[in-house]
Design a binder for this molecule. Structure first.
Ligand SMILES: [Zn+2]
Length: 124
């Protein structure tokens, strides 16, 4: 007998919305909560999940935050919770500035995928 095993990464979007006024772009937006995980499947049946991370993305400017696991688990159980700023750790800036690289030495900004600043040569 042999096993068909697979390890894949998954993502689950939760049916949770919270209306916010974004403190980064100042617009009305919504928190969208999702979870990423790694799953082990046997015979194509997911049987073990681990490496769970909960994230929050704002609908206004797509800023991504990592959500405190206890809040993420409460949302996963369908509990009514309110996400507070202290539950969030920012992972990336929103779409408006997220594409830009900013040189800390000369202040040059570029949307290109340069490894070194074209102006002063400092590594990004
Ligand atoms: Zn925003």
């Amino acid at each position: 007998m042999f096993f068909i095993m697979g390890i894949t990464d998954g993502r689950k979007d939760f049916d949770f919305t919270q209306t916010i006024i974004c403190n980064l772009c100042g617009k009305y937006g919504r928190y969208q909560v999702f979870m990423t995980y790694t799953v082990l499947s046997l015979f194509f049946i997911p049987c073990f999940k681990w490496n769970k991370h909960y994230y929050v993305q704002t609908s206004c400017c797509n800023t991504l935050y990592e959500l405190a696991p206890e809040i993420g688990k409460a949302i996963a159980r369908g509990q009514q919770v309110e996400i507070q700023p202290e539950h969030l750790t920012r992972v990336s800036r929103g779409s408006s500035s997220f594409m830009y690289k900013h040189c800390s030495q000369c202040g040059y900004e570029t949307a290109e995928d340069f490894e070194f600043c074209p102006k002063c040569g400092k590594r990004f």
